[in-house]
Design a protein around this ligand. Structure first.
Ligand SMILES: CSC[C@H]1O[C@H](OP(=O)(O)O)[C@H](O)[C@@H]1O
Length: 364
């Protein structure tokens, strides 16, 4: 997407044809910093410490990490080792495993001398594929927004709530949950987005709000706990979120707090949509609550908050007593029964095994 008058992706191959450059999302919205990643260890750190984050972007970053490894050592052992090293960075987003599996499947049959160049070609393809998938998700989600707009008074705003950041910053471009929003704005549909701040790391306040402001999308930042209140008062027409892993039965694992939004939406008859590219579907898992590993991150992310001081310094401040321990599950699971529809690149699927099989019959 555009940052000012320049188009950016979240990750791109450096001119040296080996390193990758990323938007280091830790400093947004206060500073727009580009970082160059030159080693597999650097790629692993960038994923683990959330310099880059978001399920699709994590997968693409790992794909480039495999390619980087192939330039150093293209042996089968090195291919297996880099798979393990990068897979261990974060446990929940299935795109990470999907991308690592895809790179290993693609490279294993190749002669060692061909693997490095082929790996970069495949990583570039995966990045490009992500952009196409997200654009298609946007088209399919736009139809839903248009339908809601058609049922309101002419010119009346469609109010959308989103949680965390499933924007272009969570992908290579366009985003998943935000893609229909961007296309709706392009189509001239009056939309307004309620942006959940999304504690503890505030991906909504720091990233989604930055994206919305950057693209002139009317939006309002709210605390995570305000969504139900707004739904009770008819202020929300639809909820749209992303996902880090959706099961073959339609259970949706996403940023912590998503489940509570889905409960409030169900209680207030507000449609609750999940936008996802198919690599985010884990076909090996049915029961999300029982089978999806939930990342437990440091309690410091709860107790300490990043922000910009009055003097313009980016700093952390403590919001709880030093002695108070904090728990920090990073994701939760929304049961399929609470999901109105899964907006995929092929269309809107019912959140069920049958619905996903109908959309992806080759997965039968
Ligand atoms: C388009 S996937 C975005 C998804 O990833 C986020 O998690 P994190 O920021 O921890 O990587 C969040 O769950 C978003 O919905």
């Amino acid at each position: 997407m555009n940052v000012g008058d320049r188009h950016y992706r979240t990750i791109w191959l450096s001119d040296d044809g080996r390193s990758v450059e990323i938007i280091d999302q830790r400093w947004l919205p206060h500073e727009f910093r580009i970082e160059k990643l030159v080693t597999v260890a650097g790629i692993a750190t960038a994923i683990r410490d959330m310099w880059v984050r978001g399920a699709p972007l994590i997968g693409v970053t790992a794909a480039y990490g495999v390619a980087m490894q192939m330039t150093d050592d293209a042996s089968d052992e090195a291919l297996d080792t880099v798979w393990e090293v990068l897979h261990d960075t974060r446990p929940t987003a299935i795109n990470l495993r999907w991308a690592l599996d895809e790179m290993r499947r693609f490279l294993r049959p190749l002669p060692l001398g061909e693997r490095a160049a082929a790996a970069y070609r495949r990583a570039n393809e995966i990045a490009d594929e992500d952009v196409g998938l997200n654009r298609a998700i946007g088209e399919n989600g736009l139809a839903i927004i248009k339908d809601i707009a058609a049922r309101k008074q002419p010119g009346e705003t469609v109010n959308i709530l989103t949680h965390c950041n499933a924007g272009w910053l969570a992908t290579v471009d366009y985003g998943t949950a935000t893609s229909p929003i961007y296309l709706a704005v392009e189509a001239g549909i009056p939309v307004h987005v309620y942006v959940d701040e999304t504690r503890p790391r505030n991906q909504g306040a720091q990233l989604t709000a930055w994206e919305m402001a950057g693209h002139g999308v009317p939006h309002t930042l709210i605390v995570d706990n305000a969504g139900g209140h707004l739904m009770q008062r008819g202020a929300i027409d639809m909820v749209i979120v992303g996902t880090d892993r959706t099961t073959a039965d339609g259970d949706v694992c996403n940023k912590i707090g998503t489940y509570l939004k889905a409960l409030a939406a169900a209680d207030n008859d507000v449609p609750f949509y999940v936008a996802l590219p198919s690599p985010t579907i884990d076909w090996t898992v049915g029961d999300g609550l029982a089978e999806i590993p939930i990342e437990e991150r440091s309690g410091d992310e709860v107790s300490l908050v990043w922000g910009k001081t009055a003097s313009g310094e980016i700093a952390q401040v403590r919001v709880s007593p030093e002695a108070t321990p904090a728990a920090n599950p990073a994701f939760d699971v929304t049961p399929a029964r609470l999901v109105t529809g899964l907006i995929t690149e092929r269309g809107v699927a019912k959140a069920s095994r049958e619905g996903l099989k109908a959309m992806f019959p080759e997965r039968g």
